[in-house]
Design a protein around this ligand. Sequence first.
Ligand code: ADP
Ligand code: ADP
Length: 223
Amino acid sequence: TALLEVRDLVKTYGEGEAETRVLKGLDLALEEGEFAALLGPSGSGKSTLLTILGTLMKPTSGQHHMLGEDLTAASDRDLTEFRNRHIGFVFQFHHLLPDFTALENVMFPTAVRQGRETGAARERARELLVRVGLEDRMEFLATELSGGQKQRVAIARALMNQPELVLADEPTGNLDRESASQVMELLGEINQNEQTTFLISTHDEKIAASCRRQINVSDGKVS
Ligand code: ADP
Ligand code: ADP
């Protein structure tokens, strides 16, 4: 069954002479449990698409459904709730809080949203850090971790609320080859074990080839 579907997606930035049409009637469906790469040159609209799929920005026009809900018509408030429940994000830069530990970085976004720090959230964060291979780094500050380790903390953080969909925007873009392949392996394991659907943008053909499906974006559409 389809986890999400977008149809005839159009996104323009700017107005009048400065208008740029980035997505030009893009169609895409992702099935539950997919492990897909979003491939395209820099500037082709990958981040724009991920931002829309992540409900962080609305398209100029087109339809967007996920988990049976029509997100095109949803209010900002409903979108925020939907996003918090169902979607996790991993970015090229890890965006960890430097003066906090790995454990706190995984736990805090959820704690802040819930308005309190629960024992259950702490336990879930610990489990996730074990899963990403950082059981011996939980109490390290973010600044004490290597690049690959920081990205693994960011992956644990993205999984905190058991999202059905994880959107990763160039998650290996800032890593050396070896850390990059470790991160891809980890994402693949999580996909296998948890049935979490992944959409991973990259301009790196090798990274894309390590995914089970390759989705090419060119000229504002999926080709
Ligand atoms: P990619 O992730 O594939 O590099 P982006 O989605 O970041 O592509 O960008 C696609 C195009 O949209 C680029 O030409 C970029 O300059 C333009 N763009 C992206 N964000 C904005 C914005 N907020 N305002 C104006 N133009 C933008
Ligand atoms: P990489 O080669 O992956 O970039 P680093 O050389 O940055 O790794 O780090 C190697 C190890 O040293 C990592 O396990 C990391 O946790 C630890 N480390 C890095 N910086 C610090 C630090 N300032 N304090 C304590 N441990 C650190």
